[in-house]
Design a protein around this ligand. Sequence first.
Ligand SMILES: Nc1ncnc2c1ncn2[C@@H]1O[C@H](COP(=O)(O)OP(=O)(O)OP(=O)(O)O)[C@@H](O)[C@H]1O
Length: 759
Amino acid sequence: MPELDEERVHVARCEAALRAMIDGARFNVVVGEHVAGDRYSAERLGRHLKSLAKELQEDAGGPPFFGRLDFGSGADAGEHRGRRYHIGRRHISGEGGGPPLVIDWRAPVSRAFYRAGARDPRGVAVRRRFGWAGGTLTGFEDERLDRGEELGAASRIMAAEIERPRVGPMRDIVATIQPEQDDLVRADLAESICVQGAPGTGKTAVGLHRAAYLLYAHRQRLERGGVLVLGPNRAFLGYISAVLPALGEIDVEQTTVERLLARGPVSGRDGEAAARVKHDARMAEVLHRALYGRVRRPTGPIAVPDGSYRWRIPEEEFRRIVDDTRREAPPYGVGRERVTARVVDAVRRRAEARGRTTGTAWARTVTRAVRPFVDEVWPAVRPEEVVAGLLGDPAALAGAAGGILTAEEQAAILWTRPPRTFRSARWSAADAVLLDEVAGLLERPDGYGHVIVDEAQDLSAMQCRAVARRSEYGSITVLGDLAQGTTPWAARVWPEHLAHLGKPEARVVALTTGFRVPAAVVELANRLLGALEADVPPTRSFRSDGRLRVRQAPDLRSAVVEAVRDALRHEGSVGVIAAAADAGTLVAALRDGGVPAAAVTADADGNADGNTGGNTGGDVEPAGAAPAGAGRNIGGGAAPDVAGPARVTVVPVTMAKGLEYDHVVVAEPAAIAEAEERGLNRLYVALTRAVSRLDVLHSRPLPPQIDVTDFRPLPSRTGVPGSRPLPSQIDVPDPRPLPSRTGVPGSRPLPPQTAGRPR
Ligand SMILES: Nc1ncnc2c1ncn2[C@@H]1O[C@H](COP(=O)(O)OP(=O)(O)OP(=O)(O)O)[C@@H](O)[C@H]1O
């Protein structure tokens, strides 16, 4: 039988086995409800089995496997000698307890699929990649690693997967994880890592796959604490929300830092000066002082009535208890309990010396009697009281911030009209960070087993501390790009940031091969790097396809409508990215032009993406005239079933981080660049959202760094083994001749490898 037919037979066996697994899981749901010993276990088991049944059901339509490993007969194959494994998104059990039909991509043996190469075959004789179209197996590609064959980036199947137009939410990348990405995905649970990755290098993908991997490899250890994924805003979270469920992980909490810290609605706003101070690491010390400033030295003895006795703890002893407890520096709330317990103990010693029996009831009564004395010296407080007490009272602020904040800084954060009580305070997004800091001083928050922080460069020192508090006993994966930092407090180097995150020892790894943005677009964006005050290596694109078009247009609005109409002739999502102030008019222009567009709007909960005024996280508002599917058009995802209008989303550039669209129209770069202090970083983000095509439209002069009159594609730095640095299509006014990479002016380079990746 031809090999492809044999594989199709295997597909059919997998489908049958999967159906049997679904039936089995459903049966177990029913049985599980009766077999578990107690209600708690019954509930847990039921929940587990139901979600398993649901996952399997939802998964049933997808390709059951994407790769195959045939191990050779050499000693390096170890226990896998002569064996063959199909690798897929999830394990599929063999019929009747036989060997599994598909091995989970996270299993130890699957590692060779991602890491084996001609130089280090890891015992693998043949690596096979499968091509699928609409659930049908269409072909495969073999690499005879035992004969020194390796396609690398020349694999057609891999290139097609990476270059596939984006429709719908972000997909998993299990079939094409690159070796350097795999290294990060499978890093040990105990290890904290920081991935400095240029745009589109797969940081987010790596983080999500790492979450799935860790849950697979350390499920029991992570079950209690859980895994937390933090992203910049809701549009981003919407875009990535399908990846983990597709990998069978539905219990991962995905949220923004703002939501994680939220104690109530954000109703106040800060000016930039105030927000900068509130987000500064020095505020931690100010708050610490403000809180512990409430602890007072005892000014008298304690007298506790106890039946016919009256016990007395002298002032000196009480003072020693308070001083000792302060020195031990426990969380404030614990300190309060410790002082109380120590005073009760001191009373107990005296009572027992007089022959009193001191049981639980005695301790309860005495504790009640001691409380008022402890309240005097170590009062119970709420975070809101502490922060309001500081921001609403110049003297209190001066007391806590003296020698830490300058007079101007203190003036910047003082409330001009303090609320009557802390209960009526209007808290800003930055205040939420201060409240969380105080809450963390009062009581340690529950920690997570592992925290993944995306777009971490934008976090402030105080936000980092909030994350650190939640991962004190766990590890973290920090994902970010210093060049994409846009908040006023964005990191310029990693070590300091990692220290604020509580993991100064984290390994910093750079990813530089971009999988999203085509080479020509990358080269344009790279030109901004010198102006971004970030010491990061330039991106090298894996992709030689794609198109860049730069156009001057006196009437920008009509040019945008025209460009979008043109974009809609191609498959995939379309994103129009503009300065926040211009987004509304572009939505209107598109709708007037008969091109309904969805619009990314701000989150209600605040300060997600560097706009200190709050309201910068995002959501997607469906296009007015769009069909029902448009509402699902979160971030980069066009609804899968749409044929036109709902594929277009207008994104204020402040919301574009982490998103991607097949075709991007960037409108008026100069307006983006001048809208904020780190406007060029923002422009860098905007220019790197395109998967296949980028139109840059401008009516005003372009920022000099990307002025196309001087635009010449740089020699390819692709450097991806086996890749073909064919220039992407570049369409700019009056481009200078392409520089030669073979020495002949205007000549186009020949790909080093012509086999395997036809276009
Ligand atoms: N190994 C891979 N195989 C296939 N696609 C990949 C791979 N790595 C990344 N991608 C794709 O490239 C795109 C960019 O990835 P991702 O969003 O994770 O990058 P990023 O580094 O977080 O980018 P940014 O900093 O711009 O947000 C995504 O569509 C992702 O699926």
